[in-house]
Design a protein around this ligand. Structure first.
Ligand SMILES: [Cu+2]
Length: 471
């Protein structure tokens, strides 16, 4: 008895603290529209002391943007930029998520948020074809910084084209206040051309599968965080970087040249470590990095897998102004030495000639089947039947069977614009896949031999002829 009465005041004091720590225990009250951050900016910290219903509208935009000077790329984005809009909520919030896909899009898309506890992270509830919108809700149960990305087949292609971003779930009470916060994400771009090859570049599926990106960049372009777009801070300010990695393939050895990270939330989880030089950020992962700059200058953000920084674009700048502290550093800066080397970089010859040559039609079919399964099936489906409204069938396709050379040109160069296959109109984009004559011949011979198609045999010489005609 005595014990219980003594304990009661203590429990009364502890309960609100426990509730605050769990975050999710109070039901959400009220409603608000999310403020979304345009990279490299993030929305302001949350000042609410209770969970609420947060309404997020994210619009997919497929658009051509600068990749580097003289080079453009058709990005698929969440909100018009790479990375996608930054979402900021509080633990316990009920997030009502709207994914909008405008009618002029070419592709279906969806979203998988790593902050979701539920099948597909939202992907199974959000597949949205052009001209439609999808809605689903989730409670932000766990605090942390989470990647989101498109998970529509071929998943790697949607991510490589720029469909990734981040959502921060703040713990109750928020993160410790800092002077500056920025949003940075690394990602690869798989262009058909080499680094710096001018013009509008096509996606290259073969390079993506081989994990050989011509570009590795921060925030979607070479120089997205340099010059006029550099991050800025003043001496003595505390800076927090929300750093993510969209991948799709490469882990980032994230490093700030000339600055030690005072605090790192590794993998953007709850644990912190201190005095870190380089932090590893896996594809689909993130880190929260905090530091104070002691002396002015230009500090470089790099992937310390260093060819990526100086030859593929993974380089950003943080320009710090203010009084020099010569006790911290003698004052000589290295600005100007660690510059990107421009677009006139060396290129290594790329050949596909190591693939074994098929000597018989049966071998062509066998090699072609492997290629179909690894490269074409993601879109045209393993049974060749395609996906209504998105990918045409190659099984029993009148379009395919009517014109061999047109089929060769499609696989060689990709295809866009409306086509009619078995009476259904498709108006989407098939990427150029960067295949050799031999590979095109094999995969088409395989496709022609399957699913009721007409058995046409395609030889490498036939492909070479179409290539030579520029058809
Ligand atoms: Cu997508």
């Amino acid at each position: 008895m005595v014990r219980a009465t003594r304990l009661r005041p203590f429990l009364l004091f502890l309960l609100p603290l426990l509730a605050a720590a769990c975050g999710g225990s109070a039901p959400p009250s009220g409603e608000e529209d999310a403020v979304l951050g345009v990279p490299p900016q993030v929305p302001p910290p949350i000042t609410r002391d209770h969970p609420t219903r947060v309404i997020v509208h994210l619009e997919v935009k497929e658009l051509v943007q600068r990749l580097t000077d003289g080079v453009e790329y058709r990005f698929w984005t969440f909100g018009g930029q790479v990375p996608g809009r930054f979402i900021r909520v509080r633990q316990g919030d009920l997030v009502e998520f709207h994914l909008d896909n405008p009618p002029d899009s070419k592709m279906p898309h969806n979203i998988d948020l790593h902050a979701v506890n539920g099948p597909g992270g939202g992907a199974t509830s959000s597949l949205t074809v052009p001209g439609r919108t999808s809605t689903f809700s989730f409670t932000a149960l766990n605090p942390g910084l989470y990647v989101y990305h498109c998970a529509t087949a071929p998943v790697g292609m949607h991510i490589a084209n720029g469909m990734y971003g981040m959502i921060l779930v703040e713990p109750p009470g928020g993160l410790p206040p800092v002077d500056r916060e920025y949003y940075v994400m690394q990602g690869e771009v798989y262009t058909a051309g080499d680094y710096g090859d001018p013009g509008l570049q096509q996606f290259d599926m073969a390079k993506a599968i081989d994990e050989r990106p011509p570009y590795v960049v921060f925030n979607g372009a070479v120089g997205a965080l340099s010059g006029d777009h550099a991050l800025t801070a003043k001496v003595g300010e505390t800076v927090r970087l929300f750093v993510g990695n969209g991948g799709p393939n490469l882990a980032s050895s994230f490093h700030l040249i000339g600055e030690i990270m005072d605090t790192v939330h590794q993998e953007a989880g709850t644990a912190t470590s201190h005095n870190v030089q380089t932090t590893l950020i896996p594809p689909g992962g993130a880190a929260i990095v905090e530091f104070t700059i002691n002396t002015p200058g230009t500090y470089l953000l790099v992937d310390h897998a260093i060819f990526r920084a100086f030859n593929k674009g993974a380089l950003g700048e943080l320009v710090v102004t203010g009084p020099t502290d010569s006790a911290v550093y003698s004052g000589r800066t290295y600005e100007g030495i660690y510059r990107p080397e421009g677009s006139a970089v060396q290129t290594m010859p790329s050949t596909n000639d190591s693939a074994p040559r098929a000597r018989t039609t049966a071998e062509q079919v066998a090699f072609g089947q492997r290629l179909f399964e690894s490269t074409c099936a993601a879109c045209h489906q393993p049974d060749g039947k395609g996906l209504a409204g998105a990918f045409p069938p190659v099984a029993g396709s009148d379009f395919l069977n009517a014109d061999r050379d047109r089929a060769i040109a499609t696989v060689l160069h990709g295809r866009s614009g409306p086509i009619t296959v078995n009476g259904e109109v498709f108006d989407a984009v098939m990427p150029a896949l960067g295949l050799s004559d031999e590979q095109v011949a094999n995969v088409l011979t395989y496709v022609y031999s399957q699913w009721g198609n007409n058995g046409t045999v395609v030889r490498p010489a036939d492909v070479a002829a179409v290539r030579a005609r520029g058809q």
